[in-house]
Write a protein that binds this ligand. Structure first.
Ligand code: FPP
Length: 239
């Protein structure tokens, strides 16, 4: 399959890295950087419709992030709760449909309730689809999917011969989303850190030095524009 993405990426995924360094370089606590990062989330979500980006998926908290200090983890959880409460009205008005991916079992019940409510209240929206990865890890997602798949086989609802590249993704957290066309990581690190492992098989990657709190609508627009000229071959030959 050969495809020139003249229309730009439909689905952009972002690893928002560098909040801690941004704060430390200013002599401030790491949470100060996360708060600045949250403001950028809002800016980038609202930029999507003009850029033709229909799906935006952001990595907010990984299954590995629990290893951070208790102060940082609980500060981040409070930030997520407050972000939902504060931004719900704006997200609804902007036509944003919000979904969360990741394992909710370890999350605080109050936070999960707010996540469920935000998903429900934005369910009818279709202008932008924002997916927030919270307590998400790609390997964990594949393991959880495999567990459900095995349960379906055990109960006779699925034949082992029917497990293939089409059926397996139906068990992933992202089952209703298209695969990302473009994955951006900020802060100069060139790693994918367990983000959307299955889904990014054919994604383009963009690693930029900018720290997440300095990321802007203009930088986002520039990267999206650059992607539009790329020729994606999905393993086929160029024409
Ligand atoms: C990575 O920077 C950032 C995170 C682990 C958290 C991402 C969270 C936000 C941007 C806050 C708001 C999000 C939402 C959805 C409201 P880092 O701390 O690893 O930076 P460092 O590598 O410089 O330490």
């Amino acid at each position: 399959m050969t495809q020139t993405t003249a229309g730009g990426p439909q689905h952009v995924a972002i690893i928002m890295d560098g909040n801690g360094r941004w704060a430390t370089s200013r002599g401030r606590p790491r949470l100060f950087g996360h708060h600045a990062g949250a403001r950028r989330v809002k800016e980038i979500v609202t930029a999507c419709p003009d850029l033709g980006v229909k799906y935006l998926t952001i990595f907010a908290f990984s299954t590995e992030n629990w290893k951070r200090t208790q102060t940082e983890v609980s500060g981040l959880m409070t930030l997520f709760r407050r972000f939902i409460v504060r931004e719900t009205r704006g997200l609804v008005n902007e036509g944003v449909r919000v979904r969360f991916i990741g394992d909710r079992v370890q999350l605080d019940k109050k936070l999960v309730k707010l996540m469920d409510e935000l998903e429900a209240v934005t369910e009818g929206n279709d202008r932008v689809h924002l997916t927030v990865a919270l307590n998400y890890g790609g390997r964990d997602e594949v393991a959880r999917a495999t567990r459900r798949l095995a349960q379906d086989v055990a109960s006779g609802n699925l034949e082992p011969d029917d497990i293939n590249e089409e059926t397996l993704p139906k068990y992933l957290d992202t089952c209703v989303l298209p695969d990302p066309d473009l994955v951006i990581r900020t802060s100069g690190e060139a790693r994918i850190s367990n983000f959307l492992l299955w889904q990014s098989a054919y994604a383009e990657y963009e690693f930029i030095d900018t720290l997440w709190p300095d990321f802007s609508r203009d930088i986002f627009g520039h990267i999206v524009g650059k992607f539009s000229g790329r020729n994606r071959r999905f393993g086929g030959a160029s024409v």
